[in-house]
Design a protein around this ligand. Structure first.
Ligand code: ZN
Length: 184
């Protein structure tokens, strides 16, 4: 297994700003632990981040302005700040793969398994999972490191990822143990 840790849309606007939700705040400590473990095991950490063009991106009509490129709202929250050696891919659609360099980056990193974390489980995480599945990546989803705007949607989104994309559903604690065992 050659994993990469994918951190989706943990940006100021999704955690504290325009599209904030309690669920996104709850998963911060778990994602923080996963990032620290990944860095210590030399697993690539790839932030996949909305960076929308104001008045251009169609998605903004549905959701209102959020994560506008170049604003504080589009920056990763301070608690999970990228460090040197991490990667950051900007996107303008739900999927981290659509018209971005995520595909070529993961190929160059030699990844075959994606650990998906962040928000929203039923939107950007699901669409990124679909594109990853089409490209042949194995998926791991720690259920306590993903969230939906409406918490009641989270379980449904997680079962969808399991059923449709064969994602291995786990927890942050279990995953940290598994990574330590497999990669040591
Ligand atoms: Zn967006």
């Amino acid at each position: 297994m050659k994993p990469a840790l994918i951190v989706i849309d943990m940006l100021n606007d999704f955690v504290y700003g325009a599209l904030a939700s309690p669920g996104s705040r709850e998963i911060v400590p778990n994602i923080k632990r996963l990032i620290a473990k990944a860095r210590s095991l030399r697993i690539p950490v790839v932030y996949v981040c909305d960076a929308h063009y104001k008045d251009v991106d169609w998605e903004l009509k549905l959701w209102g302005p959020h994560a506008l490129a170049g604003t504080r709202g589009a920056e990763v929250i301070d608690e999970l700040k990228p460090e040197q050696g991490d990667f950051l891919v900007r996107k303008r659609r739900y999927s981290g793969f659509f018209q971005t360099d995520l595909g070529i980056l993961l190929r160059e990193l030699g990844a075959d398994t994606l650990i998906l974390t962040g928000i929203d489980t039923s939107i950007c995480v699901s669409h990124t999972a679909a594109d990853a599945f089409y490209r042949g990546y194995a998926l791991i989803v720690p259920r306590d490191a993903v969230a939906t705007f409406d918490p009641k949607d989270n379980e449904q989104a997680i079962s969808y990822l399991k059923k449709v994309y064969g994602a291995e559903i786990t927890t942050t604690d279990e995953l940290i143990l598994k990574l330590e065992r497999k990669l040591r």
